[in-house]
Design a protein around this ligand. Structure first.
Ligand SMILES: [Zn+2]
Length: 169
């Protein structure tokens, strides 16, 4: 864990490297000798406090096969692959909006002021949609009634509400 001081705000970095999740063979030909061609850092926002900005820094490695020259990266199992936020941030958001009934705007504001996380309402919308469709799929697989109209469940003022259709519609 690295600590950096910047005008009263403290930064904490946790580094997760692809070097610790080394692929055992080439993704194209299966050859086992790989070289580390280059790397880059991708920062994910983690949940901090009023005075601490927490960053999860992903060291992404570009691998090259020594036999066929194939260049590739891996999906690191220790990191979320579809968002630039940690699971802690995502779980916090889903808990507050879906379980506690807080508005998305309120959660966006609290994350900025209290936890040093910058996020916008559309990102939260997207997470809720993905979660709803995943749960609908699970219900379908389990033989329960599928929830189809999850996309209509979000009102324009960013409050999560269950929308019920009238019989006349
Ligand atoms: Zn290869």
């Amino acid at each position: 864990m690295k600590h950096v001081q910047d005008r009263g705000l403290k930064f904490e970095y946790k580094v997760i490297s692809d070097m610790d999740a080394r692929p055992d063979k080439c993704s194209r030909c299966g050859f086992k000798t790989l070289i580390r061609r280059s790397h880059k850092f991708i920062d994910l926002q983690d949940i901090g406090s009023i005075s601490i900005k927490r960053v999860m820094r992903h060291e992404q490695v570009l691998w090259q096969c020594k036999y066929c020259g194939n260049l590739f990266t891996i999906r690191n199992p220790n990191l979320p692959f579809d968002t630039n936020y940690t699971d802690d941030v995502k779980n916090y958001v889903l808990k507050r909006v879906l379980d506690l009934g807080d508005t998305m705007r309120r959660v966006v504001s609290d994350l900025a002021v209290l936890h040093n996380v910058k996020i916008n309402v559309s990102t939260i919308h997207n997470w809720i949609d993905v979660k709803a469709s995943r749960e609908a799929n699970e219900k379908y697989i389990n033989g329960e009634i599928p929830v189809i109209e999850h996309s209509g469940a979000l009102s324009l003022d960013a409050t999560f509400k269950v929308v019920r259709r009238k019989k006349s519609e």
